[in-house]
Design a protein around this ligand. Structure first.
Ligand code: BGC
Length: 393
């Protein structure tokens, strides 16, 4: 064997040996990785938050997805575009999990047109008549994006902005804190508004949403979470039983602006003071496209955290209770869903595929002096706490 060949063989041996060593190292790493996985598994039974990239905004900014997991295996996924809940997996009475919210599995669809699936809505949720309001003698004109009216914060509401986001983990708590500075004049609203929304998953199977906002000029604020729920995880929601702790509601005109009256629900299809299926009297409601799309005046009057809504899906036994510090609930039965949107799991969202129970102040409060005020002044802090608690029975 010539010297060249011997050297070549030696180099090959060294290479093979180092490959074996690398392999061993890798194996060791893999072992420690699988140990990690084990410990991650043990961690999964502890509350945790993980972060991944969900997509990119047209201007190149990253959109993140956070996965919150609690010790019962309940999972909440959120993205910082619109501070949106994209998935919510809860168990049924047999322990089988289902994703109980409508939404998408990709950013492109969230960037496109959709009816606020899972989003944080603001600066003012629901409608403001003709997009106008007067505060301290000055009349403001807002963007109109729902016929003649302003809806859910306008053309580019808080559901269409990229929020700053930060994960938070504590004992028995996994959370994401979203912050957004809405500039003075955005969508026509006065004042720089600094908003914080924290979505928290607890070991008691609660999704808690806490909101704070401050301003440097008098303005109006009314934030809400716009989740569409379906506790069966499929089909329509007409068989869900719902209780709403409200003896009164605010009737609306044909453009869904409250007339200003506060009317009793008693002896009407609006009465859910005792649990009734959503579908039991829905056909008695007039209007096009029909269905519930009304603000309920909660008996609690707002302020203290009180049970406002209880919904049960009888087959799965899944129950959602909603507690809130807000005075109203917008009960919306997905009436405008018409089968034109295909969401996660290739599901086509037909009419009544989900229901919303939006905790907030009443629609058009900015123009109704008899409704609880949504005015926020410098030095004051807007605060709302709403809890969605999941259980089975
Ligand atoms: C409103 C509906 C609206 C829906 C989606 C609900 O909060 O009450 O009228 O169609 O949001 O935009």
């Amino acid at each position: 064997m010539n010297i060249k060949r011997q050297i070549k063989l030696l180099v090959m041996k060294i290479q093979i040996t180092s490959l074996i060593i690398m392999g061993l190292l890798l194996a060791a790493n893999t072992e420690s990785a699988s140990d990690n996985t084990k410990s991650t598994k043990t961690k999964i039974t502890e509350t945790s938050v993980s972060k991944s990239i969900f997509g990119q905004m047209p201007d190149g900014r990253q959109v993140y997805q956070y996965t919150l997991v609690n010790t019962n295996g309940m999972i909440v996924k959120l993205i910082n575009y619109g501070a949106t809940v994209t998935e919510l997996h809860v168990p049924d009475k047999k322990g089988n999990f289902a994703d109980v919210v409508l939404g998408f599995d990709n950013l492109e669809q969230y960037l496109g047109q959709h009816p606020y699936f899972g989003a944080t809505v603001g600066r003012v949720a629901n409608r403001i008549a003709k997009g106008k309001f007067t505060l301290d003698g000055k009349t403001y004109t807002l963007a109109t994006n729902d016929g003649p009216n302003h809806l859910h914060g306008g053309i580019k509401g808080f559901n269409r902005v990229l929020w700053d986001s930060e994960p938070i983990v504590g004992p028995g708590l996994a959370a994401v804190k979203f912050t957004y500075l809405s500039p003075d004049g955005e969508e026509g609203y006065p004042g720089n508004l600094s908003v914080t929304v924290v979505y928290m998953l607890t070991d008691q199977n609660e999704l808690k949403i806490e909101y704070f906002a401050t301003t440097d000029k008098p303005t109006i604020v009314n934030l809400t979470h716009h989740g569409y729920f379906n506790l069966a995880g499929k089909g329509d929601i007409l068989g869900h039983e719902i209780m709403i702790a409200a003896d009164n509601y605010t009737p609306v005109d044909e453009t869904l602006i409250p007339t200003g009256e506060i009317k009793p629900v008693k002896n009407t299809p609006m009465d859910f003071t005792k649990p009734m299926t959503i579908g039991s009297r829905i056909d008695q409601l007039k209007g096009n496209p029909g269905g519930y799309d009304h603000n309920y005046v909660l008996n609690s009057g707002g302020k203290n955290l009180t049970l406002a809504v209880r919904v049960k899906e009888p087959k799965s036994g899944r129950v959602m209770e909603l507690y809130t510090t807000e005075p109203g609930i917008q009960f919306y039965t997905g009436n405008f869903l018409d089968g034109s949107i295909k969401g996660k799991y290739n599901t086509v969202y037909k009419k009544h595929a989900g229901f919303c129970v939006e905790a907030d102040h009443f629609p058009d409060s900015a123009n109704k002096t008899n409704f609880p005020s949504i005015v926020l002044r410098p030095g004051q802090t807007y605060h709302q706490l709403t809890v969605h608690k999941f259980l089975t029975e």
